[in-house]
Design a protein around this ligand. Sequence first.
Ligand code: AMP
Ligand code: ZN
Length: 134
Amino acid sequence: MSGAPANRGHREAGCSSYTVLVMSCIFCKIVEGAIPSATVYKDDQSYAFADIHPQAPVHVLIAPREHIGSLAEAVESHRPLLGHLLWVAAEIARAKELGKGYRVVVNNGSDGGQTVDHLHLHLLGGRSMHWPPG
Ligand code: AMP
Ligand code: ZN
């Protein structure tokens, strides 16, 4: 693994404000293991853990290891990673035997209800979901 910044292609490499963002990001700390979490799945690109305030019997958060503030902040070079995160959600759903169905949610921005500014997917399952969401 090279020492190149993980945000290559995302923002200007070496941007100190980016470093500050990462250092203050709770999900970056969870991904690094600096803040404890209940691990559900991990690989070289992603980390999945139990939501601390579960909204369903299964409520897993799937985050990229790289700090991306939101879906809106993803850039072209993130396309494979975005697909990978969805694949991980489906793999976890299979492992948790959510054969009756489940929901994958990405909250984006304040109107979207995003409260943690590190891109993540919510995998919700184990109960019947409602539509439209609140
Ligand atoms: P969102 O509102 O889409 O940004 O989702 C953020 C989610 O992160 C919420 O469902 C929170 O319950 C969850 N959350 C916040 N802090 C933690 C934490 N330390 N461990 C696990 N989940 C967390
Ligand atoms: Zn982060």
